[in-house]
Design a binder for this molecule. Structure first.
Ligand SMILES: Cc1ncc(COP(=O)(O)O)c(C=O)c1O
Length: 406
């Protein structure tokens, strides 16, 4: 980077500690550039990136089409004009989303939490429309993660995210993930929706069992509930399908999206199918920045890529390779107790803490992130190559050997 204001990473970090609210426990590194699946810190050290901004940088770094599309918007001078007016990138992105997901209409927002907020509000309005006496009960899953705003964090079925912030929203209960009887037992006359991640992400990379998702669809159809798939992490090609639900053959009434949808430009979306698309009326839900020119242009590039011939097949192929390489490691290291995931959303469960292994990888130039305390997750850019996968697993191999010896 030219014209540096800061002479060292330490100087950036010192100012960061002074001026940013301490809501994150950042690692002591400052990244300044990237290309493909590699990012570089201020000292020029390169890292193979299997975090991808936590499943965000779906096209890797420096994608030419993304750069061109963003530059075109910047050159037009109009990055934002408000939802008081129509804008072409948002309309195009919504049409593409309908095409790749089969969900007819979209509300754009800025993040995953916001997409879930929209879905929770829509679900409660849907419930009351169907039956005015319905009190808006929503079933979520234990171990889930839906974001940090009040509705989304209430829907999050992990107490550690609630601690200190009581009271939560009323009328959200938590069933056992992958246990249909547990969900069924929580359905009451007040229930209006079920929200679930087809592959739990922060909860530890846990794919739903196929019969669980088909069973949820049946419960929703029987009791007139909305089925909401939180596809913020597992959607947008990550599992080798436009939506993870499509891979399971289960279509939700609502899919919430963010992360990979903008490939690094902040954008979220709530995509609604037939039963949900007419619930909200003008003025009932909004967000100032939702689907502005810049963000929607990024989503358009990602969605076109998902449609491009061979792209999703390549995600499936590289995902299978990653899983196979991880299984080979698991056969050699008894501390790996399980390898699980779909496509390029894989995790290994360890009998030891994940963080020391992640630190040892980072020293060797591989970025990984935990999901919980004992799971290491692998969510590289969707453009990762076979060679990069082998290189990452070989670094992990060395790191595991080191941690095991200590
Ligand atoms: C499944 C899922 N839902 C929602 C969110 C929240 O998204 P955001 O951080 O963009 O609000 C996340 C973030 O990790 C997620 O993994």
């Amino acid at each position: 980077m030219s014209n540096r204001t800061y002479a060292s990473q330490e100087a950036v970090i010192a100012d960061g500690r002074q001026y940013l609210l301490p809501t994150y426990a950042q690692l002591p590194v400052v990244f300044t550039s990237g290309s493909g699946c590699t990012i570089r810190d201020m000292d020029g050290k390169e890292y193979l990136d299997f975090v991808a901004g936590i499943a965000v940088n779906s096209l890797g770094y420096g994608d030419e089409k993304l750069k061109r599309a963003l530059k075109q918007v910047l050159d037009s001078g109009l990055t934002h004009c408000s939802n008081l007016y129509w804008n072409i990138p948002a309309v195009e992105a919504a049409a593409l989303l309908a095409d790749v997901t089969g969900l007819a209409r979209t509300f754009f927002c800025n993040s995953g939490a916001e997409a879930n907020e929209a879905a929770l509000k829509l679900a409660r309005k849907f419930g009351a429309q169907q039956q005015p006496s319905r009190a808006g009960h929503i079933i979520s899953m234990k171990g889930s993660f839906h974001g940090r705003t009040y509705g989304a964090v209430t829907a999050t079925g992990q107490e550690k995210y609630h601690a200190g912030f009581a009271p939560m929203l009323p009328s959200i209960t938590y069933a056992q993930f992958n246990d249909l009887a547990s969900v069924q037992s929580q359905v009451t006359k007040d229930t209006c929706a079920i929200i679930v991640e087809p592959v739990q992400g922060e909860g530890g990379i846990i794919p739903a069992k196929p019969e669980f998702l088909t069973g949820l669809r049946e419960i929703c159809d029987t009791h007139d509930l909305l089925l909401i798939f939180d596809e913020v992490q597992c959607g947008m090609g990550r599992t080798g399908f436009p939506l993870a639900g499509i891979g399971y053959g289960v279509i939700p009434d609502i899919a919430t999206l963010a992360k990979g949808l903008g490939a690094g430009i902040p954008i979220g979306a709530m995509a609604a199918g037939k039963r949900a698309e007419s619930v909200l009326s003008p003025g009932e839900h909004a967000t100032t920045f939702g689907g502005n020119h810049l963000a929607a242009a990024a989503a358009g590039v990602v969605l076109k890529r998902l449609k491009a011939h061979g792209f999703l097949a390549s995600v499936q192929k590289q995902g299978n390779l990653l899983a196979a390489e991880l299984r080979k490691l698991a056969a050699r290291y008894s501390c790996i107790t399980e390898v699980r995931g779909i496509g390029l959303m894989q995790g290994i469960e360890l009998s030891c803490a994940a963080q020391p292994v992640i630190s040892a990888c980072m020293q060797r130039g591989l970025l990984l992130v935990a999901a919980g305390t004992h799971v290491i997750r692998f969510v590289p850019p969707l453009v990762v190559t076979a060679e990069e996968i082998r290189q990452a697993v070989s670094i992990l191999d060395e790191a595991l050997a080191e941690v095991q010896d200590n």
